[in-house]
Design a protein around this ligand. Structure first.
Ligand SMILES: Cc1cc2nc3c(=O)[nH]c(=O)nc-3n(C[C@H](O)[C@H](O)[C@H](O)COP(=O)(O)OP(=O)(O)OC[C@H]3O[C@@H](n4cnc5c(N)ncnc54)[C@H](O)[C@@H]3O)c2cc1C
Ligand code: SF4
Length: 322
């Protein structure tokens, strides 16, 4: 770990100035992922700007229309336990609650969760200078790739790491940013970006931009999140899925199916959604949707098992909404 100073701004304007004043300075929220980066020398910032000293970013508000406004510093444990979120946007509460361990959830934040970097072991180890770190090679191709992508890969094959992001895309959420060039709001589904655009970054976060709030609209219908993992106590998902759907007269009127841990971004499955539209949620429809979710999958040498897992998980998760 390098030597660095810690700055504690009390306004967003101060935070932006502090990060821009010294090149390579970084923001910290809960610090779970930031500290990992420091320990592995993946980041060597001269200054860490702690967003936790800025008041007003830790609230969950429910608007009159039922939509949510979630401050970027809301802890995952608070999100998971919020009865209002559980009632109206269950997929998000479940995804937050399934993340890591109670210790991590009591520190990790909404913003840090969606902005955390990938967990590919080659990326995380200092000695591998892979494509994502500006090197020439992706070590996962021809290397250890059992936890890597089956959709959307190349030239990097690391999966998107955030549970919450998968639920947020399914729920049609947007991210609100404040940056040196002003504010902007972007749909979660458009914020995350494939490595074919740029293997070194996972999203369109601009230099010095701060995620201030996540907005989650009402009206996506009933929603749910589920995942399969190796260790039940706590672990990263092998595959996950978030579903939001509306039924009318027993038939699916609207559906969003988003897969996690299978692609470099939360992966919306248009084919699974098409298999559901206008159908009753019976066993035949669930089977069709599960199969449709894996059309186009391109597993690597060691992760073909994810195809079967996705099919089962999609079917099993939809059955909970039937
Ligand atoms: C043992 C373990 C198991 C885990 N399992 C899971 C899991 O199953 N599922 C899962 O989703 N995650 C898992 N995680 C990851 C964990 O959820 C994330 O590391 C955590 O959510 C990051 O949040 P944070 O607030 O600590 O972010 P930080 O570490 O503070 O920040 C993360 C990144 O986001 C940036 N950042 C943070 N907030 C903002 C903001 N508001 N504006 C701009 N930039 C910002 C930081 O600069 C940094 O780049 C696990 C972690 C551990 C240690
Ligand atoms: S999958 Fe991405 S992060 Fe992992 S080694 Fe390849 S380029 Fe690096």
């Amino acid at each position: 770990m390098n030597r660095f100073e810690v700055a504690k701004p009390t306004t967003l304007a101060q935070a932006k100035d502090l990060v821009q004043e010294k090149a390579w300075s970084i923001y910290k929220a809960g610090g779970i992922d930031v500290i990992d980066h420091l320990k592995e020398h993946l980041a060597e910032p001269p200054r860490i700007v702690d967003l936790k000293s800025i008041p007003g970013l830790s609230e969950i508000k429910v608007e009159a229309d039922g939509s949510l406004r979630i401050g970027a510093l809301v802890k995952l444990a608070d999100l998971a336990a919020d009865e209002r979120v559980k009632k109206t946007h269950a997929a998000l509460a479940i995804a937050a609650g399934e993340t890591a361990s109670p210790q991590v959830r009591n520190v990790a934040t909404m913003g840090g969760s969606v902005l955390q970097r990938p967990r590919c072991w080659y990326y995380r180890l200092e000695e591998y200078q892979c494509l994502k770190k500006g090197g020439e090679v992706c070590y996962a191709v021809g290397g250890e790739n059992r936890y890597h992508v089956i959709f959307g890969g190349g030239p990097s094959y690391a999966v998107h790491p955030s549970n919450s992001a998968v639920a947020l895309v399914a729920l049609g959420a947007s991210f609100v940013f404040d940056g040196p060039k002003g504010g902007r709001t972007v749909l979660a589904s458009e914020f995350f970006q494939l490595p074919s655009k740029n293997a070194q970054v996972e999203n369109t976060l601009g230099v010095g931009e701060i995620l201030t709030e996540v907005r989650v609209p009402a009206g996506a219908g009933r929603s749910i999140y589920d995942e399969v993992r190796e260790r039940q106590a706590f672990d990263w998902p092998l595959v996950s899925v978030a579903v939001a759907l509306r039924l009318e007269g027993g038939l699916v009127k609207d559906a969003r199916v988003v897969l996690g841990a299978v692609a470099p971004i939360p992966w919306r499955s248009n084919r699974a959604e098409a298999a559901l539209m206008g159908k009753p949620l019976n066993e035949a429809t669930l089977q069709d949707a599960g199969r449709a979710a894996t059309v186009g999958a391109a597993p690597l040498s060691d992760n073909g098992y994810k195809v079967g897992l996705v099919q089962t998980l999609v079917r099993r998760t939809l059955a909970q909404l039937a």
